[in-house]
Design a protein around this ligand. Structure first.
Ligand code: HXC
Length: 247
């Protein structure tokens, strides 16, 4: 049987924390010039290669300064330096645990002090691993929901109250396609992202009148990245043990 197109045409492989060396603009390179996005990540190391062209790092490629926020300042600082070299834009690294609203609040205050405004919030924080439901501990399920779902709500609420309520803005929630059809070993992440998809619609309705657009982006697997190597190869590649098991 012919190999599916997605497997034949692998994009450039980005190793660990490295930025992509080339970038093809679909939109104007200065589309976001003058804007200030704030991106909440959970694991910079994993998120950056996982969504290299989509979020939040696409913002840099379109001419705006960006804040990246997650738990590990050392890794964030390293990532920020690489992003500034690759794009020529300013990147401010800030420590945040999206499960703790007070850390988000402090980071948003710092962002407003340093950059003066926030135009786009990208909720990118996620925790994930492959695990069958029967082996998943109660705490493991709760932890992923707390990071992915509560983290998205916490961050959105703080940014809305501190800035978007009076100035408008855009929220982009990074989702996943795992829950659309039910994916083995992913009940935790799929459930969390499904809740986020509902949250997107609720907040869009409630905050639309304040000039806030809320949207979801569900990129699906991106081959040639650390995330795909770690989570994806057993989920999506033809011939994988998992796919054979359910064929
Ligand atoms: C089973 C696991 C586990 C694993 C953690 N747990 N890893 N259970 N299999 N591989 C359980 C622990 O045993 C514990 O439960 C509970 O989860 C909490 O784990 P901790 O390590 O104490 O918590 P924390 O330090 O907050 O880290 C949690 C975590 C981390 C973020 C989930 O373990 C993790 O997986 N990090 C990887 C980060 C990552 O993948 N990020 C990118 C996601 S991108 P007990 O009962 O023992 O206390 C993404 C996009 C998806 O998700 C799109 C499709 C590819």
């Amino acid at each position: 049987m012919a190999e599916p197109q997605r497997v034949r045409e692998l994009p450039e492989d980005v190793d660990t924390d490295d930025c992509m060396t080339s970038y093809t603009h679909i939109y104007s390179p200065d589309l976001l010039k003058q804007l200030k996005p704030y991106a909440a990540c959970h694991h910079t190391r994993n998120i950056m290669p996982l969504t290299p062209n989509l979020s939040p790092f696409v913002s840099f490629r379109h001419g705006c300064d960006t804040v990246i926020a997650s738990r590990n300042l050392e890794k964030l600082t390293e990532a920020a330096k690489k992003l500034m070299v690759a794009t020529g834009r300013h990147c401010l690294p800030l420590t945040v645990d999206v499960r703790q609203p007070q850390t988000i609040s402090a980071a948003v205050d710092e962002t407003l002090k340093e950059l003066g405004r926030i135009d786009i919030l990208i909720n990118n924080a996620a925790g994930n691993f492959l695990c069958p439901a029967t082996s998943l501990s109660f705490n493991a399920f709760k932890t992923v929901l707390e990071i992915d779902t509560m983290g998205t709500f916490n961050t959105s609420k703080v940014v809305y109250e501190k800035w978007f309520k009076d100035h408008g803005g855009a929220i982009v929630n990074i989702s996943a396609t795992l829950g659309y059809r039910g994916q083995a070993l992913q009940v935790h992440a799929g459930s969390a992202k499904a809740a986020n998809d509902a949250m997107t619609k609720h907040l869009a309705v409630e905050w639309g009148p304040s000039g806030v657009r809320v949207n979801t982006l569900a990129p699906g697997p991106i081959s040639g990245t650390e995330g795909f190597r770690r989570l994806g190869k057993d989920l999506w590649l033809p011939g994988s043990d998992l796919i054979n098991m359910f064929d």
